[in-house]
Design a protein around this ligand. Sequence first.
Ligand code: KE4
Length: 429
Amino acid sequence: MADSPSSSEALFERARHLIPGGVNSPVRAFRSVGGTPFFTKRAEGARLHTVDGRELIDFVCTWGPAVHGHNHPAIRAAVAEALEGGTSFGTPNPYEVEMAEWITRLVPSVERVRCCNSGTEATMSCIRLARGFTGRDKIVKFAGCYHGHVDSLLVKAGSGALTLGNPDSAGVPASFAAETLVIPYNDPQALDALFYDHGEEIAGVIVESYPANCGLILPSQGYIKQLRDLCTRHGAVLIFDEVMTGFRLAPGGVQEIEGITPDLTAMGKVIGGGLPVGAFGGRADIMGKLAPEGPVYQAGTLSGNPLAMAAGIAAIQLLVEENPYARLDAMGRQLAGALRDAATKKGIPLQVPQTGSMLCLFFAEEPVMDYDAAVASDTAYFKKLFHLALEAGVYLAPSPFETLFISTAHEVADIDRACEVLAAAVGKL
Ligand code: KE4
């Protein structure tokens, strides 16, 4: 069929001339799996409807925010109601207060909170606060973790940076990178050595509470506790990046599941209900350093935007009312089990780490516990599986270094269908 002006092919051809890579965020470009990205016309529940007339079961969920699926009636109604009052005021508004009350109620470690416009802004602000609070300069991150495109954190980063093969982005001065210490995740000895050598220089340690940007990597027993204890002993600020895991894996995120209290938490995605959002918060003594109360500056024209706050409040209220976590975990287990069974039957090494509504596929002999093991996994198998699944109407994240997401809009029939499609795809590898 000749490409109609609105086909994905035609749209991508137009986009490529005007937008770098044809996309407004690199990981959408299908660079690591090949092919042309499809364009979505609308999204409903667990499905994306492409401009080419295809209907796909969506396991990307707009990279995490759509924990209730797409276009949920309650979220749509909340945005419509807020829209009656306008789109942005540049003054405080009631929605911001309600959002702050929800976040501080569900995440007890967050005594005070500020909203912003993205997860990147949230992590960037946590870093600046840690430095302003301690008067120290060094920041610690973990190889493969991704915290948004903050200069000082685009060092051995995951997600799109890793997908495109440039985990250390160009444009970040060596002087910036020098203030960021990077160590392997899940390596207790490396953690001890780092604090032995640099403990008193470290302003803060930022960690994805469950790393999910070089695939999903779960912490070894006791690792997060060791990190907490070392930060406490050396006066370093422990920052949990719960942009992806917050509210999705439990009402209070991973810190509720693990029983570990960070000093600051970065949040985003779910709390915007699909609209642009970020938030960061934590200990009152640290947050008290933030302008206009303290010397650490941070700001945003659209921070606390009434539409984003209304959508996020509706999303949070749905989670509290429905308490869907056990059902989401059951669907995650079913999908992971079907993949493991198919790989065993085919005789292909496949690891499928899963927790709650998050899971990923590593074509590897052994469980993947860190960045090096993740990048050593067989990405060619993943690429083939991705396209076999897409052809059959199941959309996985277009990168082996991302994570699959399940929403409350996924029905039993969707998971059954996905299990069938993915098992068949594994059988064809
Ligand atoms: P944003 O600036 O994209 O809102 O959030 C950055 C961020 C921070 N922390 C974690 C743990 C994250 O996963 C992210 C962003 N996640 C990626 C997907 N892995 C967003 C997708 C994209 O970059 O297009």
